[in-house]
Design a protein around this ligand. Structure first.
Ligand code: FES
Ligand SMILES: [Fe+2]
Length: 393
């Protein structure tokens, strides 16, 4: 794995320089204006429906890391914003996504979270499907009656594997072009990480009683660090200081670690200064990818299909494979299990309680609109992008 080494690509050095300037001057990147957000963006069923259709039904989002489908016949099932889905790698190596519903009477075709299989067989009346989605067999077909089996294959969702991820557009009528969606500059950044060489060590799924944007906002937010995380992240990372590179539908942003403070005036020694910052990426419309020294963390947020007040967050730890790590398996597992436990503790004890209660509060009829300050650059970019996608015809 070329990127399992310790240094960040040079391209991020410009962000460190901007952070040093901000720390010297007591400043941060800012938007031109304060932004107001109606509370109903987080509670309204018709807005939620429009988001599912116009955002998740139109633009590519990450549904899995490639390593979750390691070989031909591997499958995973995922509840996507518009469809129950099963993703499967065919004998040809290609990943396809199907609506996980039997074309006979609608049974959940593959009830397991993951596994391998040669055919999908429905548990209800035994219809079976090939991994390319085609209907293979109708049981007792001579008594079933005439149906056009060629039109009864599984419904397929546009799918593309790119930069180590499986991307899906959650509408069978949609089309997919991941490179075009990312744009050349942001695609170059993502691709430079060679994430297809990493493995998804662990996937955590959190069904939370909060709108997907409430949850995602918290991970684009460098303003809450020392208040909500005084004894964890707040001890190591500066609050309210960031440098943002905006790529339209995507962005890259950095915050200084407190360890950068001693390098404000002196030129660095052997260590790259980029070690003294956190580097995150907003991968529109619903993911945040955090770049750590030797691994990545992917956070994805999915609206519920039925309830604007609930959503699903997925957290993936993407790490160098055992073979590339140079570690014994026990040490490799111990390292990433410990990393996971620390992340979980912060989520469970610090972020989720605040966000659940925030959602509860925002259902207040008389609470008034919400405000995003000029300093909340990423949150403004996120909500501006959501609004843009919703207003597109
Ligand atoms: S619902 Fe699947 S075979 Fe009847
Ligand atoms: Fe947080």
């Amino acid at each position: 794995v070329a990127t399992s080494g310790a240094t960040l690509p040079d391209i991020a050095e410009s962000l460190v320089e901007r952070l040093r300037t901000h720390l010297r001057n007591g400043t941060t990147d800012q938007c031109p204006e304060v932004m107001h957000l109606p509370r109903k963006n987080f509670t309204d069923a018709s807005i939620a429906e429009a988001e599912r259709r116009k955002i998740f039904g139109r633009v590519p989002f990450i549904a899995a890391h490639s390593s979750e489908l390691p070989e031909p016949n591997s499958f995973v099932t995922r509840p996507l914003p518009r469809n129950e889905a099963v993703l499967v790698r065919g004998d040809d190596g290609r990943v396809r996504t199907f609506v996980n519903m039997c074309r006979h009477r609608g049974a959940l075709l593959e009830p397991r979270d993951e596994g391998t299989c040669r055919v999908f067989s429905c548990i209800y009346h035994g219809w079976s499907y090939n991994l390319d989605g085609s209907l293979r067999n109708i049981t007792y077909s001579s008594s079933f009656g005439d149906v056009d089996t060629s039109s009864l294959g599984l419904v397929e969702l546009p799918t593309e594997e790119h930069a180590g991820f499986v991307w899906v557009v959650d509408d069978p009528q949609g089309s997919i072009d991941v490179t075009a969606w990312l744009g050349p500059d942001f695609d170059e950044i993502l691709s430079s990480y060679e994430l297809d060489g990493f493995v998804c060590y662990r996937l955590g799924v959190f069904d939370e009683p909060a709108n997907w944007k409430v949850l995602h906002d918290a991970f684009l937010d460098g303003y809450h660090i020392k208040f909500a995380h005084p004894l964890s992240a707040g001890k190591h990372i500066h609050t309210n200081v960031y440098a943002v590179d905006d790529y339209g539908s995507h962005a890259r942003f950095a915050s200084p670690r407190k360890s950068l403070d001693r390098w404000l005036d002196d030129e660095p020694g052997d260590e790259p200064l980029s070690w003294h910052m956190t580097l995150s990426h907003f991968v529109g419309p619903n993911c945040t990818l955090l770049r750590h020294r030797d691994h990545f963390q992917l956070l994805s947020f999915f609206p519920s299909r039925t309830d604007p007040l609930t959503s699903r967050m997925e957290m993936r730890l993407l790490v160098p494979s055992l073979g590339a790590s140079g570690l014994h398996e026990d040490a490799w597992r111990a390292k990433w299990d410990k990393n996971w436990d620390i992340l979980m503790q912060v989520l469970r004890d610090e972020d989720f309680p605040v966000l659940r209660n925030l959602q509860r509060a925002t259902t207040s009829e008389s609470g008034g609109p919400l405000i995003l300050g000029r300093n909340e650059v990423l949150n403004q970019a996120f909500h501006r992008e959501i609004a843009r996608l919703l207003t597109d015809a």
